[in-house]
Design a protein around this ligand. Structure first.
Ligand SMILES: [Zn+2]
Length: 436
């Protein structure tokens, strides 16, 4: 007998809505069809749409940024995620320089992730490597991790990885089939003048600094036949340049992630009285660039949020760029806000593509044997309110949305049902290590 049967829903399967009933046994989907097999519990979905649970490949919970720690930890951040239909998150280990430090950062972050309400995983993160890179990669694989993030910038805080090591990592990524995730900005083009305030952010971290460095790394990826995953692409010029020059390598050697904020806002909001609430790195760009992001949307591999939330006072009390906490929350609104703009094609970029890129087994959509991670969406309009995490604001507050996530199911259990949240024990995911 099934544990749960969802009836009268339109499930998004094989890129279209199908009127089927979905049966769940334990944590998995065990029935998809027109019949109504016996179940301990039958839930009428009332003709709402059923979508796969979303995977956010880019979150920062409980991240110390030099002056304050981000407001959402794994408990509150994952609660917010559930309200947004996100049932799997990928956070980052602290940057490490060698295999020994990698293990230490893994154990530390694993302890911090206790209480996470959704399934979770980590990207390894490297800085100023001082050990054998191959040993680092093999240790990462041992830990069940298939992605390592590096920064081409932040030399001032000793987090940069330099070109020679990036090339080595890309070569290793070909040999060992993993992804080199890169935060891409040209380090010597970043302005660090002590008089700069948050209003100077778009100039201090310019669009050109992203584009120039991205083109260099794409060339490296193509020449080494490695696998490069560009995180949080912010600039329409960058995306257009990559598509124009390296379009045929996208999805093979080059993968590009972007975040909702770069499609919804432009840098003009920083001029508002409360402009300090919209600060993150890379920063918002011009309206021309925002439109280009939308134009080339189809070339993106995935959508992540870069969720790193702060309170209003955290931002307001540090107006100078030095010490200003960069980052915003967004995990609760990411899907609906992007769906509003791009419709169903957002779904694959927030589920199947990421499951494939990360090599998460049984996470790629509504299929038999997959984990029963499901989202029930109604077409009730809503105005975005305060988020359900611990931060006291969201940049999406006041936004009008045409749909609403009414329920979220994680591994077969309702974690959100008719607006009520039910705590859940998320599990640590390990990547499948077969070839990409
Ligand atoms: Zn980030």
């Amino acid at each position: 007998m099934l544990d749960l049967l969802l009836v009268n829903g339109f499930a998004y399967i094989d890129e279209r809505y199908q009127k089927v009933n979905i049966g769940i046994s334990g944590e998995r989907i065990s029935y998809i069809g027109k019949l109504t097999p016996e179940a301990k519990r039958v839930i009428d979905v009332h003709h709402n749409r059923i979508l796969p649970g979303f995977i956010d490949p880019h979150v920062h919970f409980a991240l110390y940024c030099g002056t304050v720690t981000s407001r959402d930890d794994f408990v509150s951040g994952s609660r917010s995620a559930i309200y947004g239909g996100v049932t799997t998150i990928v956070d980052f280990l602290d940057p490490s320089r060698n295999a020994k430090e990698l293990v230490e950062t893994y154990n530390k972050r694993l302890a911090e992730a206790k209480g996470c309400n959704v399934d979770y995983h980590f990207h390894a993160c490297i800085k100023e490597p001082n050990g054998d890179l191959e040993e680092y990669v093999l240790k990462m694989k041992d830990l069940g991790i298939n992605t390592v993030k590096l920064f081409t910038t932040y030399s001032e805080t000793h987090r940069r990885t330099y070109d020679e090591d990036i090339k080595k990592l890309l070569k290793l990524s070909r040999k060992y089939k993993f992804l080199v995730c890169a935060h891409i900005e040209k380090d010597d083009m970043i302005m660090h003048d002590k008089v700069l305030t948050y209003k100077n952010l778009p100039d201090a971290r310019s669009s050109a600094a992203e584009t120039i460095e991205a083109m260099k790394l794409c060339e490296m990826a193509v020449k080494t036949k490695g696998k490069l995953y560009m995180v949080h692409c912010s600039s329409g010029h960058t995306l257009e340049s990559i598509v124009t020059t390296y379009g045929k390598y996208i999805g093979k050697n080059i993968f590009i992630e972007s975040c909702p904020q770069y499609f919804i806002f432009n840098k003009e909001v920083l001029k508002k009285d409360n402009g300090y609430l919209y600060t993150f790195a890379p920063p918002l760009r011009s309206e021309v660039e925002r439109r280009k992001m939308c134009k080339y949307f189809d070339y993106l591999s995935s959508i992540g949020t870069d969720h790193c939330s702060f309170n209003k006072a955290d931002k307001e009390s540090h107006p100078l760029l030095e010490g200003h906490p960069l980052g915003v929350g967004g995990i609760e609104t990411s899907f609906l806000a992007m769906y509003e703009m791009f419709g169903e094609k957002v779904i694959a970029k927030m589920c199947q593509n990421t499951a494939k890129i990360q090599r998460f087994k049984y996470k790629n959509g509504i299929k038999l044997k997959n984990y029963a991670d499901l989202v029930i969406m109604s077409s009730d309009p809503q105005v975005v309110n305060k988020p359900h995490g611990d931060a006291d604001y969201s940049i999406y507050e006041g936004m009008h949305l045409s749909n609403k996530i009414v329920s979220t199911i994680a591994r077969g259990k309702f974690v959100l049902k008719d607006d009520k949240f039910y705590p859940h024990a998320g599990k640590l995911l390990k990547c499948e290590m077969r070839r990409l």
